[in-house]
Design a protein around this ligand. Sequence first.
Ligand code: PHE
Length: 362
Amino acid sequence: MTASEVTELQAALLAEVAAADNLDALEAVRVSALGKKGRITAQMKGLGQLDGDARKEAGQALNRVKDAVQDAITSRQADLDSVALEARLAHETVDVTLPPRPRPGGHLHPVSQVTEECIAIFGEMGFTVAEGPDIEDDFHNFTALNIPPEHPARQMHDTFYLEGKDGAPQPVLRTHTSPVQIRTMETSKPPIRVIAPGRTYRSDSDATHTPMFHQIEALVIDETTHMGHLKGCIIDFCRAFFDIPDLPVRFRPSHFPFTEPSMEVDIGCSREGGELRIGNFGEGADNWLEIMGSGMVHPKVLEYGGIDSTKYQGFAFGMGIDRIAMLKYGIPDLRTFFDADIRWLKHYGFVPLAVPSMVRGL
Ligand code: PHE
């Protein structure tokens, strides 16, 4: 190969490299020049026929061609790479001005929210959650709670009765969560410290009553718990739940068959201008609102639950979840809770992931 042939070969190959307008074409040029059967490689193989200085000179010349072509390919590849990248970037744009995807629209019902809030507060005090059936037998809903047949309290409860089996007392839709007291005593040993939220039923319907509503029950039983503990527990709960540290809480003598003594619990409020507001508005006769029933567990109830009333004692209380939800969140009509109206739920509902806790707030 003459010196001018070598120069021509180099020029031809460099022109081919420059003409390659995509990575595949460039690769084809590389193979045809430097590959096993490429043109430079073929010339290299021919060197064996030359001798001495001629071989050395021709070899060096070919090596220069090879280096030049390799360099040209490398830099052409870099150019084509960046052209390809530019093309991709231009093609794969993200339009950041597009509106975000709509957030899922689910909301937690105020009853669920308030139940979680109560569980958070009582959980912090060491209570665990207990449950019982909505369809109760007469024994757990009434008799074991010291409400014998013919007791006037049975009439007061506006009970829904179900069909009974031949002669047996009719099952009922539980009229309160207090039967869970008995079920807990039957299945666990003191010390007991439980709350029992759940559905309850009474045949009643107006702005503050619905046939199905919700209560939360609390039960504490051990050897030493006394009425001071009952008061402290309820006062702490009310102030935490309504987030009013100086909320007045009053205990007023009352009667329940299953507690002795029994007290109704009132909290401070104002009714000025026909508007009900919870808070410390002074202790005027009109500034109280009843929110729960409470008392020391009646010894007969302990015995019905299989607990030795000479050794153990404790307290219980119960309140309406819907009712304290209405008071806390200013919802005027209880019936709207159960209308299943999506607009109402959007307005009064809660973001599901904002789980209430004593630390992060209720
Ligand atoms: N069960 C009572 C009610 O439904 C409330 C209550 C519970 C009272 C526990 C005292 C003790 O009105």
